[in-house]
Design a protein around this ligand. Structure first.
Ligand code: ZN
Length: 92
């Protein structure tokens, strides 16, 4: 599995089980407890939001996508999000 596939698979997993982000390892650098998944929303009861997934250690991650927000995912109001300028693996 290459980097791009690994990030995609991780993202898919977290869309099913968002809280498991804290127990997963970064596909790039292998750091634990460094993955961040936040969903930027226009209202805290919104069903969809812009989801960003990245590693706080190596600043690599998955390009933001617009999914249904999974249960347990961190929601942040648009304009207050703190997402670093990480290197994105894009979607095909
Ligand atoms: Zn990393």
């Amino acid at each position: 599995m290459d980097q791009h596939e690994a990030w995609g698979a991780l993202y898919d997993d977290l869309m099913v089980d968002a809280p498991s982000a804290s127990t997963r390892r970064c596909p790039n650098c292998g750091a634990g407890s460094s993955l961040r998944l936040i969903c930027t929303v226009t209202g805290l009861d919104a069903g969809t939001g812009l989801a960003a997934l990245w590693c706080a250690e190596c600043l690599e991650g998955m390009a933001p996508n617009f999914p249904l927000i999974p249960d347990g995912a961190e929601r942040v109001l648009r304009g207050t999000e703190r997402v670093p300028n990480y290197r994105c693996w894009g979607w095909h």
